[in-house]
Design a protein around this ligand. Structure first.
Ligand SMILES: [Zn+2]
Length: 87
């Protein structure tokens, strides 16, 4: 006589999947919240007339960079410098 637990094998997987989905949702939410924050800040800068100006060196940001990343608030030079400092 063998006791059968048909869900036994599936459940841990399902739980893992649930945790996985949850993490993905939390991550997505954080990314979206950050994006929203960036967009709001960008709109604010447009209002103030500082859009497209690097917040660090006050020079105009390359339009190509703005096209690729409309919420950019620093020029490539400063961004590169900051990233190097962070590493
Ligand atoms: Zn700059």
């Amino acid at each position: 006589m063998t006791a059968k637990f048909p869900e036994y094998g599936d459940k841990p997987d399902e739980n893992a999947q649930e945790i996985n989905d949850y993490s993905t949702n939390v991550m997505a939410e954080k990314v979206l919240e950050k994006s929203l924050e960036d967009i709001n800040k960008t709109l604010e800068r447009m209002d103030k007339g500082t859009y497209g100006i690097c917040r660090y060196c006050q020079k105009p940001i390359n339009p190509k960079r703005l096209m690729a990343r409309p919420t950019a608030n620093s020029c490539i030079d400063c961004k590169t410098k900051l990233q190097e400092e962070n590493e």
